[in-house]
Design a protein around this ligand. Structure first.
Ligand SMILES: C[S@@+](CC[C@H](N)C(=O)[O-])C[C@H]1O[C@@H](n2cnc3c(N)ncnc32)[C@H](O)[C@@H]1O
Length: 248
């Protein structure tokens, strides 16, 4: 099975480490679930160690980065889970829905295999503060429209869903797209960008102008004149949410 992350996932674990505050929120959201299917599991960053977990992941490159002793992994896609109905207490999907080729089919599969609840971690930009990187430097990377459509589909497929806020900490260990909102120099690092799909899927040539402007504004102090107060904030709500859908 060829998968996007076979191409862009090499070296993923170098900058995409488990963020303990996201992990804690997910653990709470999973509640009393004893068994969990983690769909789009990647290298296993947010799998609870104290429950029975099965990881589902299409990319062999990502599966190869799973730590020794982590939960067993099946190579498959969300849209067609090779598992019986209601075979897990909870289904978990972290930072993955934006990659699914048939989102609604994937959501229906989560609902089919889960008995008690579905837990999703994702970003919904309109719920959070504007992000200076896409506002001022790289508007072509703004995922707002795509993520809003995903959010709307979740509300339709899982009407009982509730959203818990996750203000992004300034020192977030998981180098996801908005993780460096208060550490702008990090976006100039090619390794950081390689492990963020918004960047990895974009044409680097097309990003050059915006990145060059960011570099110049950091050197001249312009970025700090405009946004310097961000360096003193502990966290910023950029729209990340833990979504919990209780199943009847
Ligand atoms: C940003 S990574 C997140 C990985 C992991 N959940 C984490 O938080 O570290 C997105 C993952 O979704 C996987 N993915 C892509 N398309 C998928 C699909 N159709 N079904 C399930 N997973 C998919 C990718 O292979 C990749 O491992």
């Amino acid at each position: 099975m060829s998968a996007l992350y076979d191409r862009i996932g090499t070296g993923y674990s170098a900058t995409r480490r488990t963020e303990p505050r996201i992990e804690a929120l997910i653990r709470d959201a999973l509640g009393d679930a004893r068994s969990v299917i983690n769909v789009g599991a990647g290298a296993g960053a947010y799998e609870p160690a104290d429950r029975e977990v099965l990881a589902v992941e299409p990319s062999a490159t990502m599966i190869a980065q799973r730590r020794r002793g982590s939960a067993p992994a099946v190579q498959a896609r969300a849209e067609s889970l090779p598992l019986p109905d209601q075979s897990f207490d909870a289904a978990l999907a972290v930072n993955t829905l934006h990659h699914w080729t048939d989102l609604r089919a994937g959501l229906r599969e989560l609902r089919r295999v889960a008995r008690k609840r579905i837990v999703i971690f994702m970003r919904h930009p309109p719920s959070g503060a504007p992000f200076w990187l896409t506002e001022d430097y790289l508007p072509s990377l703004d995922p707002s429209r795509k993520y809003s459509a995903i959010f709307d589909a979740i509300r339709e497929e899982l009407p009982s869903v509730e959203a818990l806020r996750f203000p992004m900490p300034r020192d977030c260990a998981d180098g996801l797209f908005v993780a460096y909102w208060g550490r702008p120099e990090m976006y100039l690092d090619g390794e950081v960008r390689r492990n963020i799909s918004n960047f990895a899927l974009a044409d680097e040539g097309g990003l050059a102008e915006g990145l060059a402007r960011l570099r110049a504004d950091l050197a001249s102090g312009e970025w700090d004149r405009k946004y310097g107060e961000l360096r003193r904030l502990e966290s910023l709500d950029l729209g990340h949410r833990v979504l919990v859908a209780e199943l009847a």
